[in-house]
Design a protein around this ligand. Structure first.
Ligand SMILES: [Fe+2]
Ligand SMILES: [Fe+2]
Length: 231
């Protein structure tokens, strides 16, 4: 084992919180994605606890994490940025693209539902209902962050009350639940061989959407909200 790997392995332990690992080393999100470890909504949990719940060996995860991080650029540590800079990044990297991506995916899903829904009607009906309500909820959620929460954070350097953050965190949880169900409904985003190009592009788009949402919610819950009294 190289000295760097040894140093990284000692940095994180089974009692490190998964959200804080990604806040310290943003590239760790890729490793956690591979193991299916939720670092955004479940970010407050200790790595050892998450691994034992999932039946994964925590030492293996720590070792993989060390080798992944040793071979990659660390990524921007938004933990070190000012709150206005972090909020600006959240708006340009997530809110603005999501405002385009949500209607685009919804349009593709409506088309695939209409043309191919008969292949598995119950599943496609559920997917369309679920995504439609997630789209509506997220659009309202982002607007409230932009009009209420972020301005409050920009104006005040002190903690916000638990109640002020709770509704946003609950909405993140609900989005996380919907994303997990979408993953199940799409067979982990693997389209059948006979799927048309729109169907395949839709599954790819939903996979990217999931990844974008994980980063988005992680930065809000574990980095931004953490500064204002979360955890
Ligand atoms: Fe947001
Ligand atoms: Fe949010």
């Amino acid at each position: 084992m190289s000295t760097l790997m040894a140093a990284l392995m000692t940095t994180f332990t089974p009692s490190s919180r998964v959200g804080q690992i990604v806040a310290d080393k943003p590239a760790a999100s890729r490793t956690f994605h591979r193991y299916g470890i939720d670092f955004c909504c479940g970010g407050g949990q200790e790595l050892g606890t998450v691994c034992s719940k999932k039946g994964i060996n925590v030492d293996e995860v720590l070792s993989t994490l060390a080798s992944d991080l040793a071979g990659q650029p660390t990524g921007t540590r938004w933990k070190d940025a000012s709150s206005p800079a972090l909020i600006g990044h959240i708006l340009t990297a997530f809110h603005e693209p999501l405002r385009e991506e949500l209607p685009r995916l919804h349009g593709m899903l409506s088309k695939v539902h209409r043309v191919h829904g008969h292949v598995d009607q119950e599943r496609f009906d559920r997917l369309l209902t679920l995504f439609s309500s997630l789209k509506e909820d997220l659009e309202a959620h982002m607007l409230e962050e932009e009009e209420v929460l972020f301005p409050a954070m920009m104006q005040r350097n002190t903690s916000l009350s638990t109640e002020e953050l709770a509704s946003f965190e609950n909405e993140h949880e609900a989005a996380g639940d919907a994303l997990r169900e979408i993953r199940t409904l799409t067979d982990n985003f693997v389209a059948p061989d006979y799927a048309c190009n729109t169907w395949k592009a839709l599954w790819d788009g939903l996979k990217e959407f999931e990844s974008m949402m994980h980063e988005h919610v992680h930065l809000e819950n574990n980095v931004l909200f953490a500064r204002f009294g979360h955890f």
